[in-house]
Design a protein around this ligand. Sequence first.
Ligand SMILES: Nc1nc2c(c(=O)[nH]1)N[C@H]1C(S)=C(S)[C@@H](COP(=O)(O)O)O[C@H]1N2
Ligand SMILES: [Mo]
Length: 388
Amino acid sequence: MKLDIRLPDPPAALRRGPFRADAFRGALHDPRTAVSVGRLLGLAFLTCFLTGLFSHLLQHQPHWLALPSRPVWGYRVTQGLHVATGIAAVPLLLVKLWVVYPRLFAWPPAKSVGHALERLSIAVLMMAAIFELVTGLLNVVQWYPWPFPFVPAHYWIAWVAAGAITLHIAAKLPLIVAHWRRPRGVPVALAGPSRRGLFTVLGAGVGVVTLATVGQTVTPLGRVSVLAPRRADIGPQGLPVNRTAAAAGVLTAVRDPAWRLEVVGPRPFALTRAELLAMPQHEATLPISCVEGWSASAHWSGVRIRDLMARAGAPPGARLRVFSHELFSPYSVMDMPDEWSRDSLTLLALMLGGAPLAEDHGYPARVIAPNRPGVLQTKWVTRMEVLG
Ligand SMILES: Nc1nc2c(c(=O)[nH]1)N[C@H]1C(S)=C(S)[C@@H](COP(=O)(O)O)O[C@H]1N2
Ligand SMILES: [Mo]
């Protein structure tokens, strides 16, 4: 007996608009264009994912993982890339979606269970990718209009996106392989704009959004970057400020003449700013590299963290916990693993560019360490605890 498993044709009512058999005749909705845009998008997503993972590991370092404190500009580059590839992914994703959107109206909607699952995974992929780009962009402009905490949401949805992209690539592998190279022979004249035209528009789009923002970290481009939320050279002492001393509610505490740095350890002590300045001073040229993608290098001087720890009798390999005057903020307490605390460039900075730290930069004292995210460069330090 012959079993007819062909699915029915679309009902007549549906066979119009985008469901017409020849609804999309443009030449650019083809697999070759999808593959060539897709691999650029894939590269942007991969770079963004890996740099994001690195940033996450630096901020939530597992005990078993030792991370390097060099090169000093490492995080500046990886986080600059994270934000730049995320921004470049926006035009890439828009064009990719435009190239493949006719597939949305494919009939039948699902040919098999496998096919249905694959389409579902594409829906998950799209939602996760859009979620990552939108939350990332809004974080860059420091606007948090959602009810969930940004960091864990952005982190976990990145894994969802990575999983869905891996599935998508696996499912499309035959197509990707078949269309990886440009087809040989004479190009067929097809209706609509050319692929080269599309790539010119795409290249221009990526170029414009990149130039408009990358100056927040590639300092010489600061002037061109009209959309960059930060200019590396604008702010007190020529350095940007996200959170001022007034906004952090620390003005009274940091102006108090009785201010002391308290160091807790086997041999606890407390020092005034003058006493800290009387200790051996060290200099370091190190960037502040914000997770939002802006970064700026500056010349710092102050006391080495490791000298303070030695004075407190810290055992070798001890971790350090640093407290800010600012309370109830994600930056109130910061833990510093031994890779950083023993580094000769990690300072409790007292001076910036040869002048006392501005209040907005963390006066009387702030942490500055090489190759670390800005969020861990605690300002308005009041206390340090040797954790043993
Ligand atoms: N106490 C405290 N320290 C802090 C911050 C803060 O808001 N409070 N901001 C952090 C962030 S996100 C960065 S990028 C650097 C530089 O931030 P700033 O621009 O606010 O000076 O300091 C870090 N240290
Ligand atoms: Mo930051």
